[in-house]
Design a protein around this ligand. Structure first.
Ligand SMILES: [Zn+2]
Length: 88
């Protein structure tokens, strides 16, 4: 009886060890993919400098304007107006 119990225990230990060796890898990859993907969306955004006040704004939030054939990005419409005033 004890021999059978030992065998079952050994099988269980061996099985859980095997599972532990096989399973964590895909889990880690999934987590790594998730954690790698999240910063990418926030850090991956291009930052542009407001030539009027010098602040850096994410391209998606910037006010873009074409002045004298050049694309400029501003933190606000106020800065865009000021810049246009100064570069006439
Ligand atoms: Zn500005």
């Amino acid at each position: 009886m004890i021999k059978i119990l030992m065998l079952i225990l050994l099988c269980f230990v061996g099985y859980s060890m095997l599972q532990g060796m096989i399973n964590p890898k895909p889990k880690k990859e999934k987590r790594g993919w998730m954690s790698r993907r999240q910063p990418r969306s926030s850090e991956g955004e291009q930052m542009v400098e407001d030539p009027q006040c010098g602040t850096f704004i994410p391209l998606g939030d910037a006010v873009s304007a074409n002045i004298k054939g050049k694309q400029h990005y501003f933190c606000s419409k106020k800065c865009l107006k000021e810049y246009k005033k100064n570069h006439k």
